[in-house]
Design a binder for this molecule. Structure first.
Ligand code: SF4
Length: 370
């Protein structure tokens, strides 16, 4: 039987891994920079403080690898929030059940209205997003939404609660292409501190859910950590271990990494472990050098000027004109239902124009699929 990720995870000690990263030297970084097939020790070196003085070299290599693998393309997508109902309390999220927020779950007509609004903007690739509320937005609701949207979009992806294998199988049969499933943090104590109520408290279930997706031969799995919850270097190393585990057993699946940075939201969460912009760039470069085939996604959580500057360094897909509220594209009255504030609020047309000016060919469909 294929081992699940928790079997790897349970043998990784957070403190030892952290010390190992912070002990890397400039020689370790230089050695990683000379290689074409990088291992986890090389990744540690590239995310370590020792690599901070090599960002220019890392950037040149990252740009070269990205162009070789992806050409000059940049994929654009937008999230479609189906519901802000959630049964969980996550201390950092505006959708937590304890936040006083008007709750809304889109009806079939409202889903189609959102689809129409996104199609008008030229998008072929959407990401369905919900809170975690199995009774309201469980597999049956999601299957219906995918079936409604399938005729209108080339690719449908989702970022929702973890499901079981049978449910994933049904959704893939209905037309689901990819799933984003972020662990948030791989630090056990921090995970418990921030996930107070609901199914998300079960850390092991979340850790093993990408295995359930891989077993169903899903086209694409996106992993990531919520940057700001714990030490970003150590969390990213755990995520790299997670990626290597999945790639070993589910080699037909493509993989993506996202770098969501904590943003202000309803509630009062203060970011305890912020990353600097320079650290954020180092992280993107390290991922690209670690795995040239990865899709690397940059969200509208980042500012307009920052996105414009760093999109050339290894990023392959960007969200644009994101509304983080259900009904946000077609219904003006849905203001104040949002999950978090976005920073780059330009339209898809404006982001596309910026990318074209930088020499990118903008694609609204993920050509790497099918
Ligand atoms: S992060 Fe997800 S599960 Fe947690 S409160 Fe927000 S929507 Fe719900």
């Amino acid at each position: 039987m294929t081992p699940k990720f928790t079997e790897v995870f349970n043998n990784l000690n957070w403190d030892e891994q952290k010390i190992s990263i912070y002990s890397k030297t400039e020689d370790d970084v230089l050695s990683a920079l000379k290689k074409s097939n990088l291992n986890l020790e090389d990744f540690k070196a590239l995310i370590s403080p020792a690599a901070e003085s090599f960002l220019e070299t890392m950037a040149q290599k990252s740009v070269q690898l990205t162009r070789q693998r992806f050409g000059n393309t940049m994929q654009i997508f937008a999230p479609l929030y189906l519901s802000n109902v959630c049964s969980n309390i996550c201390t950092y999220c505006g959708f937590s059940i304890n936040n006083k927020l008007r709750r809304k779950t889109l009806t079939d007509d409202e889903i189609l209205a959102e689809a129409k609004a996104l199609k008008k903007r030229g998008l072929e690739n959407i990401l369905l997003v919900t809170g975690e509320a199995p009774k309201t937005v469980g597999a049956t609701y999601l299957k219906n939404a995918i079936e409604l949207l399938k005729p209108h979009f080339a690719q449908i992806n989702m970022e929702v609660q973890p499901l079981i294998g049978k449910e994933y199988e049904e959704l893939i049969d209905a037309g689901l292409h990819g799933v984003s499933l972020y662990q948030e943090t791989y630090h056990k104590g921090c995970y418990e501190e921030h996930h107070l109520v609901g199914n998300k408290k079960d850390m092991a279930f979340r850790l093993n859910s990408p295995d359930a997706l891989g077993q169903q031969n899903i086209h694409k799995i996106a992993l990531g950590v919520l940057i700001g919850l714990e030490d970003w270097r150590t969390d990213s190393l755990f995520c790299a271990n997670h990626l290597r585990h999945l790639q070993k057993y589910y080699w037909k699946t493509r993989y993506a990494i996202s770098f969501p940075r904590l943003r202000p939201c309803e509630g009062s969460y203060q970011v305890k472990h912020p990353i600097s912009d320079r650290g954020f760039v180092q992280l993107i470069l390290a991922w690209r050098l670690f795995d040239p085939d990865l899709d690397l996604t940059l969200s509208t959580r980042e500012s307009q000027s920052f996105r414009d500057q760093i999109c050339k360094l290894g990023i392959t897909s960007m969200s644009a004109e994101s509304s983080t509220q259900p009904g946000g594209y077609s219904d003006e009255s849905t203001k104040h239902l949002e999950q978090f504030e976005i920073d780059d609020d330009r339209t898809i047309a404006d982001v596309s124009a910026m990318l074209k000016k930088q020499g990118f060919e903008v694609v609204t469909k993920d050509w790497g699929w099918n």
